[in-house]
Design a protein around this ligand. Sequence first.
Ligand code: ADP
Length: 414
Amino acid sequence: MTTESTAPVTDPTRVLVLNSGSSSVKYQLLDMRDGARLAVGLVERIGEETSRLVHTPLTDGGGEKRERTAPVADHAAALKAVAEELAADGLGLDSPELAAIGHRVVHGGLRFSAPTVIDDDVLAEVERLVPVAPLHNPANITGIRTARALRPDLPQVAVFDTAFHTTMPEYAARYAIDTETADAHRIRRYGFHGTSHAYVSRRVAGLLGKDPSEVNVIVLHLGNGASASAVAGGRCVDTSMGLTPLEGLVMGTRSGDVDPAVVFHLERVAGMSSDEIDVLLNKKSGLVGLCGDNDMREIRRRIDEGDERARLAFDIYIHRLKKYIGAYYAVLGRVDAVAFTAGVGENAAPVREAAVAGLEELGLAVDAGLNAVRSPEPRLISPGYARVAVAVVPTDEELEIAQQTYSLVTSPAH
Ligand code: ADP
């Protein structure tokens, strides 16, 4: 005799977001009915003796954070460990409530302008982009392969850091170098942090009570990596990062814009190899190169103590930021809001104040009282009279990845 299952059939509503770096995996499990986090965690120092897993269940008001330090050989082992932690909370990867896994993928090149369900062909294209994203795409690929092996039947979606910037007009995306050489090597400005720029520009429109299509926004994503974007009516029209995340603003350890001749000069005069220059500009420059610290809190503390190097590093950082605000003001023509986000943008009131100081003629001002308020909520910090709203909008790349993933796998076309 056969018995029919009486279990209620419910649509899966959970999305696991995976952000696989070269030696780490960060993850969040979200319930897309309300965007609630069910668990968050990370595995770091993968491949070392001192690998560490930190897992925090957040169901039913939150549970105890669990930490373990034990060697995790590779990404496959890391994801297995994550799956075990989730299973211990009744949130395992085999749960019928899991709708999809959303992967952060740094470089999607020109082909991927939207989140994409991963198949062998998509994975092959992400691999073809490794030469333009050698630090990031290989780790993303490993994460995808491992997750597919664990749940081959589950939709897996790639959400690309570059996707939001594919709307840039050709005149903003192209470098003024020989076209054939540029095309042969896929050299152009791709931009990064796109998931954050998309999320923040949309949230800022909401803060103004408008539809994203109605507003022009300059988004300043200031974390350890930093980038600016000009967003017109919800579409990115320019961004400060280029072929790689090295171009643009002064960052924690990256130089941002330099005369490209600095590279030949270092090769010819200082006898440095291109690998050494790569390390110099990506890891030993920016704030750390200028003053030895890349944490804005430490830099502010040193400035308060009268440290001249820290002061100069801060001034260089702000000068560059201001130049991009001015440039994107000109690109957009009309600006409705300037939004600060990420670690520095959300927390460093002195950076926000200094970045817009003296720009009153452009309609930009910050209210000192509002700027000093600390809050996890999106908020306006400009005075009521200002023509341009200045906002602080905490970014949430994981929620954005989860939302994009979920809407793709639940869309009728899927
Ligand atoms: P990323 O994701 O690029 O690693 P984050 O967005 O987390 O970086 O930003 C990290 C940076 O934010 C730190 O290096 C530090 O400079 C800055 N930061 C974090 N908290 C504060 C704070 N309370 N005040 C000033 N700066 C802060």
